[in-house]
Write a protein that binds this ligand. Structure first.
Ligand code: PEP
Length: 261
């Protein structure tokens, strides 16, 4: 997918049960106009993915898994694999800060999940970002570098096209404290530099990089106006159909101004 198309992902986290997700999708579907220059992605609870995939208009919305295990099958009680999600979701979040910090996922877990997604035809959305302490210590660039190298360790140049990077400063997620646009540009340029060192300049220019962290309908336009930002990963505001629809329209307006689908 080219960088002309903005990607807006709504991460419902552990909110909205199967019934509520279905009602929400119904409401959203009545509000969001399908646009050629915006890909709208919904990441509901795993339990609702199957039923939403039958309800959703795939022209209007794509689905993402919030999480999955890296093995394809086997004795892993309670887990859902990328193989099981294959064909149902187009995207899978990997390395979200809540997975890293609440569930203590390691760089190895994250790199294995990136591989599992690619192996199963799912585009991994690799989330990376510095903590408040790393930021205060001037360690943002190192943290981003280490998480990128860790997550992409087994990804070939050809496979890199499948990967989306989401820059999500940990201190900005769910806190209402969003990063200033100049800091986002600096971080995403650092990310592109790291990709350039690992895979070459064309790969860095081609890479799709999103911003996430307390984005609202009032702040979305500031990020979408940044040339290095290819879309947004939205948590809390994606649960409000009006706010999320506004963010999607702002993405459409910030793009190349194409017609409705
Ligand atoms: C997220 O879930 O990735 C996120 C950025 O959440 P919020 O928008 O609520 O900060």
């Amino acid at each position: 997918m080219s960088r002309d198309k903005k990607i807006i992902i709504g991460n419902f986290k552990m909110n909205l049960n199967v019934h509520e997700s279905s009602l929400y999708l119904h409401t959203l579907a009545g509000m969001v106009k399908p646009r050629r220059n915006v890909e709208v992605v919904l990441a509901p609870t795993t339990l609702a993915i199957q039923s939403l995939s039958l309800q959703v208009s795939h022209r209007q919305f794509k689905l993402a898994a919030q999480n999955f295990y890296w093995r394809d099958h086997g004795p892993y009680t309670g887990e859902v694999s990328a193989t099981m999600l294959r064909g149902i979701v187009k995207y899978g979040l990997v390395g979200h800060s809540e997975r890293r910090h609440v569930f203590h996922e390691s760089d190895k877990d994250i790199r294995d999940k990136v591989q599992a997604a690619i192996r199963n035809g799912i585009r991994p959305v690799l989330c990376i970002g510095e903590t408040a302490a790393e930021r205060a210590d001037g360690e943002t660039q190192h943290a981003l570098h280490d998480q990128l190298v860790g997550g992409l360790a087994n990804v070939t140049s050809d496979e890199l096209e499948q990967v989306i990077i989401a820059y999500e400063p940990v201190w900005a997620i769910g806190t209402g404290q969003n990063a200033v646009p100049s800091d986002v540009t600096a971080a995403i340029q650092a990310i592109r530099n790291h990709i350039s060192h690992l895979y070459g300049k064309p790969a860095a220019e081609f890479a799709q990089v999103l911003y996430g962290g307390s984005v609202t309908a009032s702040t979305a336009a500031d990020y979408l106006a940044l040339p290095d930002v290819d879309g947004l990963l939205v948590g809390g505001a994606s649960l409000d159909a009006h706010a999320f629809t506004q963010i999607i329209e702002l993405a459409h307006q910030s793009g190349s101004g194409e017609e409705e689908l």
